[in-house]
Design a protein around this ligand. Structure first.
Ligand SMILES: Cc1ncc(C[n+]2csc(CCOP(=O)(O)OP(=O)(O)O)c2C)c(N)n1
Ligand SMILES: [Mg+2]
Length: 615
């Protein structure tokens, strides 16, 4: 059989293949790869670099400043696209590649697709050791890129040009599979990138990828439906899977029809509009009083598209009903059976639609639904108090959140680490699906600004507001320059409380001395007195420092139509958080210590552990 072939380098084959992968969004066929982020070095500039140049009109390449930053931006792009579109990232070997490992882990934890294409050492080993090669004298096959293995859903090292064909096909399957979805790393040996091969033309045929929606298994469905029909005090926990499966309308129908309150995880927030009667808001460690009161008593928890991480389950001490049953509606069996849940392995939308049809005649107890609505009213009063405007010299994070909310209520809010995620989870009033973008699976400091860039690339018409602490800003801010270069406007609100406020509070809560978190408590000769506004301006951003909540609100209004990335800095109080709501979090306190505060915290810890379920 003679197949038509085309002679290309392996790198050119990668580039051409990527351009031919498509998907359908709102009836339109679009490229599934929104672009490639690239930082070149000797492991990729000659091979992949040349190949990307050849396709740049159909698959744009963006120069970033930091490999972790660019991978975070790519991951945020996929999240903001509800995993329907994604990006690739290419780096040189050694440090460039390893800078992407943290981002790979972030994508792994959050179940988000990203294609990582780090360069690797020569497959022929002739020039070894090359610059940046990690030599292993016990194992000749080890390279730095082996570090990607535990944090990739699929890893492959390409040592012959024809290997790229099955590798890319498998990569696409993983990236588009709702259950397996996560980072794919194809480690591309430098010499092999440049090697030519006669690739069959059929390999480059256009492929349109859809969303697979697995239906529930008959027995699992019968068991789940039977548990729900017996339920008197049911709740739904809505996780990120509700958004990725675009199941928000089905969720709303189910909640309204059967009177079931909805509690949202960090990734699931915005599954229902904040002002929906049955949206109780955040659940767990950073939960509202309304959600957590219901979770305590609930007899059946329908957990949809959630990993049930410790923040959601209150370190597995939140649910107190002896007869508690969890139903795990999840496309991934690993998640569906957690915490002895009845698994209901299915696409969230397909599962909800099937349940919607099957439970006719059943209703949550009317008292239960009424209790939910009253609890929500109480919570809203507390939240309004926490976010109200103030003249305080150092406002709280919650008061800053209130100002951002009032000035830019239709924005997409982006955040990841520090004290803000907890406050935003409780207090941010999310409107449409995806209007709240929180990376709280890995909670990576430095994700915020790079993530904001990815969101803006995915949703160019959105008003993207990034909220970031001084600590996260210091860890990674350089994609501000990328946002200027790309004309991708972000509004960045920087809350400067002069240190790691949330870890300082955690330290105090566990009996620790104020040590090494707030800048004033660090070993230092001089405090740096960082001028964040000047720093941001040096990268081309519009920036200013404001002295009060009202100035912040005005600045946010004034800069809404500015065409460039804008950074607004405000000093905040490191000690205040919203007392209402919340739940205990399991953070192990030392068993012995010379500090009496630690011993007291240990006693409180041992007492708190009694509420943690054994199973
Ligand atoms: C990369 C990374 N390193 C360390 C941590 C642990 N950590 C979580 S929040 C935090 C401090 C964040 O400081 P800042 O951004 O100023 O926010 P604040 O706590 O002051 O609100 C630290 C060190 C982390 N989440 N990510
Ligand atoms: Mg801080």
């Amino acid at each position: 059989m003679s197949q038509k072939t085309v002679r290309l380098t392996m790198a050119q084959a990668v580039a051409r293949f990527l351009t031919m992968q498509k998907t359908e969004i709102d009836g339109e066929i679009v490229p599934i790869f929104g672009g490639v982020f690239a930082i070149f070095g000797h492991g990729n500039v000659a091979g992949i670099g040349e190949a990307l140049h050849g396709v740049k009109d159909v698959l744009p390449t963006y120069r970033a400043q930091n490999e972790q930053g660019m991978a975070n931006a790519a991951i945020a792009y996929a999240k903001a696209s509800f995993r329907r579109r994604f990006m690739a990232c290419t780096s040189s070997i050694g440090p460039g590649a390893l800078n992407m490992v943290t981002a790979a882990a972030l994508a792994h934890v959050n179940r988000l697709p990203v294609l990582l294409l780090p360069g690797d050492v020569f497959a022929n080993r002739a020039p070894d050791p090359v610059l940046q090669q990690v030599e292993d004298w016990g194992d000749g096959s080890v390279t730095a890129n082996d570090c990607f293995k535990p944090v990739s859903r699929y890893f492959d090292r390409i040592t012959r040009p024809e290997q790229i064909m099955p590798a890319l096909r498998r990569a696409m399957q993983v990236l588009t599979d709702p259950a397996e979805c996560g980072p794919v790393t194809l480690s591309l040996c430098q010499d092999v990138q440049a090697e030519a091969f006669d690739y069959p033309e059929s390999f480059f045929a256009e492929r349109i990828w859809g969303v697979r929606r697995p239906m529930p298994d008959g027995d699992e469905f019968a068991n789940a439906a039977a548990a729900l029909i017996r339920a008197k005090k049911p709740v739904i926990i809505a996780g990120g899977g509700v958004l990725y499966s675009q199941a928000t309308a089905a969720l709303r129908t189910f909640a309204e029809r059967y009177g079931v309150p909805v509690l949202e995880t960090q990734a699931g927030k915005s599954s229902l509009p904040h002002d929906h009667d049955l949206n109780m808001g955040s659940v767990g460690v950073t939960g509202t009083s309304a959600s957590n009161a219901l979770a305590e008593e609930a007899d059946v928890v329908l957990a949809i598209g959630t990993r049930l991480q410790d923040f959601t389950t209150g370190s597995w001490a939140l649910f107190k009903n002896d007869g508690l049953k969890i139903i795990g509606l999840n496309v991934q069996p690993f998640d569906a059976q957690k915490h002895r849940a009845l698994p209901l392995v299915a696409d969230a939308r397909a599962g909800l639609e099937a349940l919607n049809a099957a439970l006719t005649g059943w209703q949550a107890d009317a008292d239960w639904t009424d209790k939910a609505k009253a609890g929500k009213d109480d919570w809203l009063t507390a939240a309004d108090n926490a976010t109200a405007t103030t003249n305080a010299e150092l406002p709280s994070d919650a008061q800053v959140i209130g100002a951002v909310q009032r000035a830019r209520e239709n924005s997409v809010l982006v955040c990841a680490a520090g004290g803000l995620p907890g406050e935003l989870h409780k207090l941010w009033k999310a409107k449409g699906p995806g209007s709240y973008h929180m990376e709280y699976g890995f909670s990576t400091m430095g994700y915020e600004i790079a993530g904001g860039l990815g969101v803006k690339l995915a949703r160019p018409d959105a008003d993207v507001v990034v909220m970031v602490g001084d600590g996260s800003y210091m860890m990674m801010n350089s994609e501000i320059a990328s946002s200027i270069m790309l004309g991708a406007k972000l509004t960045i609100v920087l809350l400067d409380n002069a240190g790691y406020g949330c870890i300082n509070r955690l330290q105090m809560a566990t009996g620790g001395a104020n040590f090494n978190n707030l800048l004033k408590d660090t070993h230092h000769v001089t405090l740096p007195g960082i001028d964040f506004a000047a720093h941001a301006a040096s990268m081309g951003a519009v920036s200013r420092k404001v002295a009060s909540i009202s100035e912040l609100e005005t600045a946010l209004q004034e800069t809404e139509t500015t065409d460039r990335t804008t950074v607004i800095v405000i000093d905040t109080d490191p000690l205040i958080t919203t007392d209402e709501g919340g739940h205990w979090w399991d953070v192990a306190v030392p068993e012995v210590s010379v500090r009496t505060e630690v011993s007291a915290a240990r006693d409180a810890y041992i007492a708190a552990l009694k509420a943690q379920r054994a199973d």
